[in-house]
Every structure is written in C-alpha cells, then in structure tokens.
Ligand binder design. Structure first.
Ligand SMILES: [Zn+2]
Length: 249
C-alpha cells in the first residue's frame, strides 16, 4: 500500500474527505449543482470517460445540465411539490433545500439494491398520487428501462399540475429516426448490443418528443448548450449532444 493510501486508511473518513477536497479545489471547472470550483471533473463510467464526476457532490453531466436548466427557466421556486424519480443524490440535496417545498423521491425497488433513506418504492406506470399533484417532476434516464413507457408517460402527465414541468431526459440515438424496440429482446447481451445497456428495453430515436406528445405533453426539446460558449460547456462539464426534454401540461 502506498503512503498516501495508508494515510487515507488511518484517517477518519471526514478528515480524509476534507484533505481530498482541498487538493481538488480549483478554478478550471465549476459544478453548477454544488457551486464549487475544482481542478477537474473526475473520470467515471465503464470504460471510464474523462471529465465526468464532480469530486464534491458526485454530479455528472446530465445532473449539471438539469440544474442549469431549472435555474435558467426559473423553475425552482419556494413551495413547490416535487416528484423525483430515480433520484440523483446531488440534485436531491439541492431540491430539498428549497423553502417550503414538498419533496418526494421514489424508485422501483429491486432486490439486491439499496436505496437512500426516504426513497419510496414506486412504479412509474402506476403512481399512487392524485391527479394534478406535482409542480415539478424529474424523471430522467428512467423511461428506457420501462417496458410500457407510454403508460409511464400518461401516469407522469396525470400527476403533473397544469402549468407544471416534467424533466424527462433519456438517451437518444440521434442518427435513428425511429425508436428501436422489441419485447422479444430480453437477453442482457442483446440489450447491450442493441440498446446500449443490459437493462434498457429500447433505444429512443428522434421520435422521442413525438411519443411524449402522443401521451399528451406539450414538449420542449432544448439543446441548451447552444446558448453557452464552448468555454462554458467545458467549465460546467456538459455534453454538447445532450438535449433537455421538458414536458408541460
Ligand atoms: Zn458538484
């Protein structure tokens, strides 16, 4: 074990974390979620990609873009009733800080996985909430896992308040006009090959907005990085190719 590794192991966790944070503090990149500057975003993923993970709050590109979008569009207000499906921890921590907000986090509980305290077991195709209930819904990178995504979309629309907004980002293959899906494809290896991940049941194409519209959403497909300079895109650690899909009712 290296000396640095030994020191890290002997120190109480919080001191080790403080030392690491001090070492990574800088001004090259800036995380909009935790509002801290760092010398870099850390590599993450398999295989690892560079420039992904905020060393302080653990945000990735998508969470940082979501937070910037929510702020830019003035969607973060006191007193909101918020539903956060498959919650990203960094966003959860910020949303819970909103004054007088009611915050509900939920995920489909699968055996063998653990969920943060307070995350309720939730089926996005059968939501146990009244109609017109939430001002803001965050449900990103969920629908590509859900066999009946049209039912999930109609449920999300049902519980959204008129005038409310649902952030519904998914991975999209922009070179495909149509969504690729086949319920007969269940082998994890085939799903990786066809849809990009072992537990994805489809690969959305450019028709994704249309599918949300068919469910009844008014859809805004927003390439928000086009409003930012290349320097800002780098500094905030965003993906140029990623779109924000915001559905309203
Ligand atoms: Zn951060």
């Amino acid at each position: 074990m290296s000396m640095a590794g030994l020191i890290e192991r002997l120190l109480p966790n919080f001191i080790a974390r403080k030392l690491r944070e001090r070492a990574l503090h800088g001004a090259t990149v800036f995380c909009p979620v935790c509002e801290r500057g760092a010398i870099a975003f850390l590599p993450s993923g398999s295989p690892p990609r560079p420039h992904v993970l905020c060393p302080f709050c653990g945000s990735r590109e998508r969470a940082r873009m979501t937070w910037l979008y929510l702020k830019e569009q003035n969607l973060l207000r006191p007193g909101l009733r918020i539903l956060h499906v498959a919650p990203e921890a960094c966003l959860r921590d910020r949303l819970k800080e909103l004054p007088q907000a009611t915050y509900v986090a939920g995920d489909k509980h699968e055996t063998g996985y653990t969920y943060p305290p307070g995350t309720i077991d939730l089926d996005v195709t059968a939501l146990k909430f009244p109609d017109d209930h939430f001002h803001l819904i965050l449900c990103s990178h969920v629908l590509e896992h859900v066999p009946n995504d049209r039912l999930a979309m109609s449920e999300l629309l049902r519980v959204l308040k008129p005038g409310g907004t649902a952030i519904l980002m998914v991975p999209i293959a922009k070179h495909n006009a149509e969504t690729q899906e086949d319920p007969a494809v269940t082998d994890p290896k085939d799903r990786i090959r066809l849809y990009g991940q072992f537990d994805h049941v489809r690969l959305y194409g450019r028709d994704y907005s249309g599918r949300l519209q068919e469910a009844g959403f008014h859809v805004k497909e927003d390439a928000m990085t086009e409003r930012l300079s290349p320097e800002e895109v780098f500094r905030f650690g965003l993906l140029r190719s990623e779109l924000v899909h915001a559905g309203s009712k």
